[in-house]
Design a protein around this ligand. Structure first.
Ligand code: KE4
Length: 429
């Protein structure tokens, strides 16, 4: 019998490119029909056929409390009753800026917008305005949203600048972006020696979630920090995914490295559209209406979205919140590794706070090149078996997974049980 997912997907493709509003949702990396959801509650989702799933995507990070948390829903309802938007300042934005500064002290000043893409695009423009320089550095496998200058891959040689990594990005724009290898301190040092005084900023995922989960070598981050300081380049930590996900203070608290600017998103909106960028006051003062760097947004600091974010950020400050989330996520990793071992499947896994990486390779990758060596067909078989069992993982071997505070011990146990079956399917090939 044709599922409602298939019917909706067929129809959606007539009116929406690929049938989705964001490419990863189309299941092209894993094959099959994407799942259309109609309800979420706590750790669970229900699709349009009424099938129940345990959710390990959490909307790609925002739903750290689980779906439809009653306090978050109530704050959205209360805010909405006072109008959905003013296009004028509200006290809620001041409250959010103050809370972000309290939890991420390096963000001396903060500006809110509506997505992680806007946050990173704006942070880079601010860094360019502050330094008067054009070139930026990013790292292969890191994703910072879809603004033109960030959809760039490494040029043919180290010193040839970026080439577009997407249609529609002019070569002249890509040329300002240098793409280096994550965790490669020597390459970073060499490029700064060559042209450090031309680098406006370096943007990095301090823990990577977009080439699956890759953790930094501490020495790589400390080298990056000292090079940026020495050459006057702005160090931007893109914590859109890691902010309030890996620790209350984000990756910068975990690794005790202070960036010059930070970008945030996902968790700070609690599921509604909120992005933020901020950092050193001397840099942020470059922004209009004070300075000459223009940046704006009709719904920036939207009161309903900010209310959802404020309630979320208040709840994650509960005593022991991250200890419990970290322990629950690690318990899942240990169980999956054990299940793979008993099925004699080559597999590794790791987690940082409430985000995790699953790899069909013997050890956890530390670079894009190592990640590309993982067994994608094996992941795809694993993914579909888990989906069949009602466990919803990210539909790509190159995405991190997420646990919420709503995932119970029995959810974790059920997931590990489903994985025994899934690894057997992988083994069967
Ligand atoms: P948004 O524009 O999607 O809100 O944020 C862009 C962004 C920026 N920086 C980091 C580190 C991010 O992870 C993201 C977005 N993450 C992806 C997940 N791989 C969002 C999912 C999607 O694109 O549909």
């Amino acid at each position: 019998m044709t599922s409602n997912n298939q019917i909706l997907f067929e129809q959606s493709q007539q009116l929406i490119p690929g049938g989705v509003n964001s490419p990863v949702r189309a299941f092209r990396s894993v094959g099959g029909t994407p799942v259309f959801f109609k309800k979420g509650l706590g750790s669970k989702l229900w699709d349009v056929d009424g099938k129940e799933y345990l959710d390990y995507i959490n909307s790609w990070g925002p739903m750290i409390l689980g779906h439809a948390h009653p306090d978050v829903v109530a704050s959205v309802q209360a805010a909405a009753a006072n109008s959905l938007s003013f296009g004028a300042p509200t006290g809620l934005e001041l409250e959010m800026a103050a809370l972000i500064h309290k939890l991420v002290p390096s963000m001396e000043q903060v500006r809110l917008n509506s997505s992680g893409t806007e946050a990173t695009m704006s942070a880079i423009r601010t860094a360019r305005g502050f330094t008067g320089r054009d070139k930026i550095i990013k790292f292969e496998g890191c994703y910072h949203g879809h603004s033109d200058g960030l959809l760039v891959k490494a040029g043919s040689g180290l010193l040839t600048f970026g080439e577009p990594d997407s249609g529609g990005v002019p070569a002249s724009v890509a040329a300002h972006t240098i793409t280096l290898e994550y965790n490669n301190s020597q390459q970073l040092t060499d490029i700064f020696k060559q042209m450090g005084d031309e680098i406006a900023c370096v943007i990095i995922e301090p823990v990577v979630g977009n080439m699956n989960l890759i953790v930094p070598h501490l020495e790589f981050l400390t080298t990056l920090r000292s090079l940026c300081t020495h050459y006057g380049a702005v160090l931007i930590f893109d914590e859109v995914m890691t902010g309030f996900r890996v620790a209350l203070g984000g990756a910068q608290a975990l690794y005790n490295i202070q960036p010059d600017m930070t970008t945030l998103g996902k968790v700070i909106g609690g599921g509604l559209p909120v992005g933020a960028f901020g950092g050193r006051k001397d840099i942020m003062q470059c922004l209009a209406p004070v300075g000459k760097v223009y940046q704006a947004g009709t719904l920036s600091g939207n009161p309903v979205a900010v209310s959802a974010g404020l309630t979320t950020l208040k709840l994650v400050q509960a005593e022991g919140f991250y200890e419990r989330l970290t322990a629950q996520t690690q318990k899942l990793m240990d169980g999956l590794v054990q299940a793979a071992k008993s099925a004699h499947v080559t597999f590794s896994a790791q987690s940082v706070g409430g985000m995790f990486g699953l790899y069909f390779r013997a050890d956890c990758p530390t670079s894009y090149a190592e990640m590309m060596q993982s067994d994608r067909p094996a992941f795809n078989r694993f993914f579909h078996s888990m989906l069949e069992s009602g466990v919803y993982l990210g539909p790509s071997a190159f995405e991190a997974g997420f646990v919420s505070a709503a995932h119970t011990d029995s959810d974790i146990a059920y997931t590990i049980e489903a994985a025994h079956q899934a690894f057997a399917t992988v083994k069967a090939g």
